[in-house]
Design a protein around this ligand. Structure first.
Ligand SMILES: Nc1ncnc2c1ncn2[C@@H]1O[C@H](COP(=O)(O)OP(=O)(O)OP(=O)(O)O)[C@@H](O)[C@H]1O
Ligand SMILES: [Mg+2]
Length: 252
């Protein structure tokens, strides 16, 4: 755990950023609404609002500062031990509120592989995919994370796009072995065929305003593309969804 605690903090800080921004925007709106009401807000309320605003600002500053610090530290380290990252993600999500009603099964790999990616980024990718799965259903579902090692490039047939499956970053995926295919699968409601091509668009979300920004998958695709990895999605309505992240394995 200790090894990548820094990375975990960084992704937690990152994820805390969006609700904090939402709180700050809502505060501004409340303040403006109060100004607009006749007679304005009572002085005491104004004073309290301004204090809340200051504290939110401080939280945002702390999270920004920590992210920069973690980013600088991780600059030197371009690789991550996969099993360590998987164990950390499992540990981290044990306490995640949206995971309480669901079952998460993270399987470690038999061999201790090293991935050519920043640890923070890998954790960020997995957290986004797993929380998306958790949030896809209010009834309990099973989310499984498991890896498969590939000594050879993936077969073209496995990368072909179909109505219910496509490779989201074909233009950058190197398909150079050795690779590991990390699958995040859920038994949730799935994604309708007509929406599937849109899920990687910025701000595309099916969540109610305030619940989702529609940026999670955009970030996932960017982080995976940075290491020339591949990102594939396959979904069947009423059966579930599987995201497969194809990542370069460090040799030797
Ligand atoms: N496992 C999944 N099952 C069903 N639908 C999914 C799944 N993963 C993603 N989606 C769909 O893709 C959309 C976009 O996901 P994305 O992570 O980019 O944004 P979001 O989850 O809506 O918001 P944010 O990630 O900012 O909280 C979701 O709103 C949802 O409709
Ligand atoms: Mg999301």
């Amino acid at each position: 755990m200790a090894r990548s605690q820094n990375e975990i903090y960084a992704s937690v800080m990152h994820d805390i950023g969006s609700p904090l921004t939402a709180v700050s925007v809502m505060l501004q709106m409340v303040t403006m609404d109060l100004e607009a009401t006749r007679g304005g807000a009572p002085a005491a309320v104004k004073e309290q609002l301004s204090r809340v605003n200051q504290q939110v600002g401080r939280c945002m500053e702390i999270s920004r500062r920590y992210l920069n610090y973690a980013r600088e530290r991780s600059m030197q380290k371009q690789t991550v031990r996969l099993n360590q990252a998987l164990a950390d993600v499992r540990e981290l999500l044990r306490a995640h509120p949206s995971g309480r009603r669901h079952q998460l099964d993270v399987q470690l790999m038999p061999a201790d592989l090293t991935i050519r990616m920043h640890g923070t980024d890998l954790i960020q990718v997995l957290l986004n995919l797993i929380t998306n799965a958790f949030q896809s259903s209010s009834t309990p579902l099973r989310v499984e994370v498991a890896g498969v090692y590939h000594d050879d490039p993936l077969a073209p047939a496995d990368l072909l796009d179909q109505p219910q499956r496509f490779l989201a970053n074909r233009e950058v995926f190197a398909n150079e072995p050795p690779l590991v295919a990390l699958r995040v699968s859920d038994t949730g409601p799935g994604i309708p065929e007509n929406l599937l091509p849109r899920i990687f668009e910025s701000y595309f979300t099916t969540k109610t305003p305030g619940e989702g920004t529609g940026l999670g998958l955009v970030i996932v695709r960017r982080l995976v593309s940075q290491v020339k990895g591949g990102l594939q999605v396959e979904s069947k309505p009423d059966e579930g969804t599987t995201f497969t992240v194809l990542l370069p394995v460090e040799v030797g």
